[in-house]
Design a protein. Structure first.
Lengths: 190, 343, 707
């Protein structure tokens, strides 16, 4: 009886020491949750989540003050990642982005632009160049495609256009095992 | 709309899963013949039963899983599984043994994981382990070779034995007995040294168990042919047989009375069957060259351990199933050096 | 100095064994894996080389190499001579393009490129006059060998030579600028792809060019060892090369026929034993390898001053009656050459650029031959065997010349675990196709790797842009914050200044001695504030009141439309090409979508009225056909929007008021369908009624309690 107690006591102490050691030795110097979430967000800064940018949304999520399914450009994948980071139940996306596959960028119809600077103020990443009463233009490489500039334009001269595919940016599609019907075959070794 | 481009290469060496499986099947033929010679036609009845079960179970499961039936039945991978089980069970065991074994192997060993290519455990061994645990009595009653029992079982007799459990003119006990492995083990438990058991009549006085040894030789020949045809990789048999022989040799050298010689270990039970037909199943084994070797050697160690110190006479099924669990780990740590990189 | 193909005893033994067990041949060479496909090289070798074919039109894409696109130096209607420079650029890595024959430039337009995507690129279209008048020595050389690497590089650059084995990397960029950096110069004559014989024929017919080209490079770079690797299935080529290499220090080395012997890593290892380290250039370890065709082109450029305008191309395949090799002008059409080879059946199937192992199926058969095209392959398609699940057999791993784990790469690519795919070194994959070739399950492994590579690149790109966007956004937030603070500071400073002034005035009356001190301080503060304000104003215009800005904008727009309506007409009648190409539908859709979202937001803010304007807005944009209409409509829309905002603001006011009465807050605002004023009236009434009711209830309650 006493020996059993002693054995279990010893075991308990041993495991306690082991666990304590492990918690010190293998401590994860991880990012705070907000930063982790911010890293998986697409950084379009579009504000479709209802927050002024990606970081505020990430912070709200970290505090548990927001839903996991609000990032529209990130879509299902980002939602899953967020729910994994925050250890919350995944939730179905309410609004699916219209065009996930292709990146879209804003383009100003420079003949119509009246130089009102509204879009410049709306742009979350300062990707629009221009000054008052001067024609504006979009720096395509820095546009995130958030569409924030579209509703503020008084003359509707901004359009979202898909980025052009060139032989340099073209990528091989994923093979689809279902449709592999005809292929040129060269008879192999007899 | 651009169509999806077909991709190179536009040529192929004309190998196919079916061809590989067929080669394995053909390689088992000499062993089948030997089996019939020593133990009668029981195995053919078992095999037919197994194939019938296979067709029914596969069709039903493929239908349930909404998969095309024809290409997945004719890939012949199921045939290899049932052949493996058939060779493992006693040829005169009751018909429901093989039927339940095959059914279990296919459902729980293969289809529940997603079918061919997705199963982590060797289906044949899973089925056999299931039988071993569920029906231990039936599975230890091996038909004795005709040379030992003095009676050659005819086809009709086998049929009766399998379906009714009764023999026409001889009692079941006269025809069946323990396998050499079993015998050695029981003898050891009773204090009889291994050397004495091996020199008894059942072993032909040659220290090499009759019948079983020849089947193992037949498997070996079939295995060599598969190696030549590149249906299997050399690392499996070499790693497995090599390690087993080495361990057996060392232990026998230490204590010949307790541990049987290497030749006995290599030629009893399903060693050759395992070495060339079971552990070579690529789906459930390691894929890197070194990994295959480690995998095979690991099974050898487990087989030897189970044979000598375990509760079961043979340890192939459990050895393989245990090593199957280690496959991802082995693969992880045995990746070959990519050209242009230093280790 | 030459070596004859003598075999050692070991090699003989393995060769003998390979008759029994074919895969024993893998022991004959140094690299890992490899396969032995059926070569079918006799098809195109059985017919003579065609040298005098000049097609009617030649299509010359402006980018035939790795790097930046060249710019055309000729214009429509120009008459050009053979070897004349047509396009070049100084903007970066590029190889100039020369006229393959004499003729007229009939167009400079987008044409389908010989690329897997089937996309098109800007090309010069040359109509030949069949006279083939050439500018002799158009590169203006004196036939001497350049002594310094820089001179050789410049000349190779001018000649437009790129790696002709398939990669298309501009050759000059591959050559080091210092002498003595290279130990081994390797000539790649191991044409390992099935069907292709163009290098074989080149070695047979122009062995001297190749050897001399190699000697030129060796001399100007100061290279001691020149090794030429030729596969042992090209007997005639070996003999010709040995003859040409007699009395030179070029060593002809016969290597075993195995695929992919012609890969740079593989042949380098085979010839020198050096394993090229990953992520470094071959020249860093003292190895420079070029294709035989590249050396021949270098010889032509250095000695005769001829730029690269034609190349040997194999036209072969099981669908052709008369396969051949041709000294093809760059820009010749695939289809034209295939037709020249008398196809057995009409060419309704896609042609393949390159060999069957690494070739690429063309989306269109009317694509031009470029500097890297070595083969046109025509074989009627056959049904492919259906892919089965991977059985992890490991054949692919045994065949991989890079010693990758193809089957694990496949698993991870398939499940989109791209980080793992990258960890397994997918970028070291040379896409040789050995793994797919041996796969018993017929899985299109190579396409999975290509897909994974594309995806990883894409993801990295996206990560970079996201990072940039994040930084820019944060920077902007910071700036806005700073501006806000500065504005507040300014206002405070002003207020203080005013206060102080008042105080000073007061104090001036009382004590005059304190005056200058306080005054000076106040002035300084004011000045500082002013300066800061001025600075801010320079950086970004201070935020103006919204309404006034909009009004002004509209006014400006109006003015501009009035003024611009006339001059812009010419603009509208001839829309620029860019505008023409622009897809109209996605634009409209995007606009509509954005507007809808805006409308939705508006709806939530201030009842349904915004909807009406939103719909009129979309209507307006839909009807805009000409620029003039568009602009007018836009201005109209702007005006409506502004008006709408004003109205909305007005309507917000009463709503806010009504919020103060508690009962309204519970009432859904959707019910208010009339104008906001009316609605709020109704709301107020309803609220009052509710309040009254509640009051009554309470009264009755209290009375009840009392009783």
């Amino acid at each position: 009886m006493i020996s059993a107690i002693l054995i279990f006591l010893a075991l308990a102490i041993l495991f306690g020491i082991l666990l304590g050691y492990a918690s010190v030795r293998f401590k994860i110097e991880g990012n705070p949750v907000a930063e982790q979430i911010d890293n998986v967000l697409p950084q379009t800064q579009c504000g479709q989540c209802g927050f002024p940018g990606c970081k505020p949304y990430a912070e709200a999520l970290a505090k548990g003050e927001s839903e996991v399914n609000l990032c529209v450009p990130g879509g299902h994948e980002v939602m899953i990642q967020i729910s994994e980071i925050t250890h919350r139940e995944p939730k179905e996306m309410e609004a699916e982005p219209e065009n996930i596959a292709q990146k879209i960028v804003a383009k100003i119809d420079e003949d119509i632009c009246i130089g009102c600077v509204h879009c410049i103020k709306a742009c979350p990443v300062d990707a629009i160049l221009g000054a008052t009463k001067m024609m504006h233009t979009v720096i395509e490489s820095e546009c995130t495609g958030c569409e924030k500039c579209i509703p503020v334009c008084p003359v509707d001269c901004i359009a979202m256009i898909p980025e052009e595919v060139t032989p340099q940016t073209w990528g091989w599609p994923e093979p689809t095992p279902q449709e592999a019907p005809l292929i040129q075959t060269f008879p192999p070794k007899d | 709309m651009a169509t999806i481009p077909h991709t190179s290469p536009f040529t192929h060496n004309a190998s196919s899963v079916r061809k590989v499986m067929l080669q394995v099947q053909i390689a088992a033929f000499p062993a089948l013949m030997t089996h019939i010679y020593f133990f009668g036609f029981g195995i053919t009845i078992q095999w037919t039963l197994a194939v019938l079960t296979l067709i029914i179970v596969e069709t039903a499961l493929l239908k349930l899983r909404n998969r095309p039936v024809a290409p997945y039945i004719f890939d012949l991978s199921g045939l290899i599984t049932v052949t493996g089980i058939v060779f493992c069970i006693p040829p005169e065991s009751p018909w429901w043994v093989i039927v339940s074994g095959v059914t279990f192997a296919l459902i729980f060993g293969k289809h529940l994981y997603g079918g061919l290519g997705y199963n982590p455990f060797n289906p044949a061994m899973l089925g056999y382990a299931f039988l071993l645990i569920s029906f231990p009595a039936e599975l230890t009653q091996w038909t004795l070779p005709s040379e030992v029992s003095g009676h050659h079982i005819s086809f009709i007799e086998s049929f009766h034995l399998i379906f009714t459990g009764q023999s026409l003119n001889l009692s079941f006990d006269q025809l069946t007995g323990a396998t050499p492995l079993d015998e050695v083990k029981t003898a050891l438990a009773m204090g009889v040294p291994v050397t004495t058991t091996l020199n008894s009549t059942n072993f032909n006085g040659e220290q090499i168990p009759y019948g079983w040894a020849w089947i193992n030789v037949a498997f070996f020949i079939g295995g060599l042919w598969m190696l030549y045809k590149r249906a299997i990789r050399w690392q499996y048999p070499v790693g497995f047989l090599g390690s087993l022989a080495l361990i057996a040799y060392v232990f026998h050298w230490i204590d010949p009375d307790t541990y049987a010689p290497a030749s006995f270990h290599l030629l009893t039970g399903g060693i050759m069957l395992a070495a060339f037909f079971i552990i070579t199943d690529p789906v459930t084994s390691s894929t890197t060259p070194l990994g295959r070797f480690i995998y095979a050697a690991g099974i050898a160690v487990l087989v030897y351990v189970i044979r000598n110190w375990g509760a079961f006479p043979d340890g192939i099924a459990f050895g393989i199933l245990i090593m199957n669990m280690f496959v991802p780990l082995i693969d992880q740590y045995t990746q070959p050096r990519v050209v242009g990189y230093r280790r | 100095m030459t070596t004859t193909p003598t075999r050692t005893f070991k090699q003989k033994l393995i060769l003998g064994l390979s008759k029994l067990y074919p895969m024993a041949k893998r022991a004959l060479y140094r690299f890992h894996g490899g396969v032995f496909p059926r070569y079918n090289k006799e098809l195109s070798l059985s017919h003579p080389l065609i040298t005098d074919f000049i097609p009617k039109t030649l299509v010359l894409p402006l980018q035939q190499h790795v790097g930046v696109i060249t710019e055309p130096l000729v214009t429509l209607g120009d008459l050009v001579l053979k070897n004349q420079l047509l396009a070049n650029t100084e903007k970066g890595l590029a190889a100039p393009i020369h006229a393959p024959t004499s003729g007229k430039i009939v167009a400079i337009e987008e044409r389908t490129l010989p690329h897997a995507s089937g996309l098109s690129g800007l090309s010069i279209i040359l109509e030949s006059d069949q006279k083939d008048q050439a500018i002799e020595n158009s590169l203006d050389v004196d036939g001497s060998i350049p002594e310094m690497p820089d001179k050789l590089k410049a000349l190779i650059h001018r000649a437009g030579i790129v790696g002709m084995g398939g990669a298309g990397f501009p050759t000059f960029a591959k050559i080091p600028s210092q002498k003595g950096q290279i130990k081994y110069l390797l000539i790649n004559g191991a044409e390992c792809e099935p069907f292709i014989t163009c290098d074989d024929v080149l070695m047979q017919t122009r062995a001297n060019d190749i050897v001399q080209g190699a000697l030129i490079v060796a001399q100007s770079l100061g290279i001691e060892h020149i090794l030429c690797g030729i596969e042992d299935n090209k007997g005639k080529a070996i003999k010709a090369m040995q003859k040409a290499a007699k009395d030179t220090n070029v060593q002809i080395k016969v290597v075993v026929t195995a695929y992919p012997m012609g890969g740079q890593t593989q042949l380098t290892q085979e010839l020198t034993g050096i394993e090229l380290p990953a992520h470094t250039h071959a020249i860093d370890v003292g190895v420079l390898m070029m294709n035989v065709a590249t050396f021949a082109a270098i010889y032509q450029a250095v000695i005769h001053g001829n730029p690269l305008t034609s190349r040997y191309v194999t036209v072969s395949g099981l669908g052709l009656n008369h396969p051949f090799n041709i000294d093809a002008r760059l820009g010749s059409s695939f289809k034209e050459l295939a037709l020249l080879a008398e196809p057995k059946t009409p060419l309704t199937y896609p042609l393949i650029k390159g060999g069957p192992m690494m070739g690429i199926e063309m989306q269109s058969n009317d694509v031009p031959i470029i500097k890297t095209t070595n083969c046109i392959l025509a074989t009627p398609p056959e049904p492919m065997e259906e892919p089965m699940p991977c059985i992890r057999c490991g054949e692919c791993m045994d065949a991989c010349p890079i010693n990758l784990l193809p089957q694990q790469l496949y698993w991870h690519s398939r499940s989109h675990e791209f980080d793992k795919v990258e960890e397994l070194k997918v970028f070291d994959c040379i896409e040789c196709g050995c793994c797919s070739f041996v796969c018993p399950s017929h899985i299109p492994l190579v396409q999975y790797y290509r897909f994974a590579k594309s995806e990883i690149k894409h993801i990295k790109q996206e990560e970079a842009t996201a990072e940039l966007a994040k930084k820019r956004h944060e920077f902007r937030q910071e700036r806005l914050e700073r501006e806000k603070k500065e504005r507040e500071d300014r206002i405070r400073a002003k207020k203080e200044a005013v206060k102080q002034k008042a105080a000073q005035k007061a104090s001036a009356e009382t004590t005059e001695t304190e005056k200058p001190k306080a005054n000076a301080a106040a002035a300084a503060a004011a000045r500082a504030a002013k300066a800061r304000a001025a600075k801010n104003g320079k950086e970004t215009p201070p935020a103006e009141p919204k309404l006034s800005a909009r009004d002004r904008a509209i006014a400006a727009a109006k003015k501009r439309t009035d003024a611009a309506s006339k001059p812009t007409e010419s603009n509208t009648t001839t829309p620029t090409k860019k505008q023409k190409d622009k897809p109209k539908d996605p634009k409209a859709a995007a606009m509509a979508a954005a507007k809808k979202r805006a409308a939705k937001a508006a709806k939530e803010k201030h009842s349904t009225q915004a909807d009406a304007t939103a719909s009129t807005e979309t209507d307006a944009t839909d009807t805009t056909d000409t620029m003039k209409d568009k602009r007018a409509a836009a201005v109209e829309a702007a005006r409506q929007k502004a008006a709408e905002k004003k109205r909305a603001k007005q309507s917000e006011q009463p709503e806010n008021d009504s919020l103060e009465t508690p009962s309204v807050a519970t009432k859904p605002s959707d019910e208010t369908t009339a104008t906001p004023n009316k609605a709020s009236d109704a709301k107020r009434k309803a609220a009052m009624a509710a309040a009254k009711a509640r009051a009554k209830k309470q009264q009755s309650k209290t009375t009840e309690e009392k009783t």
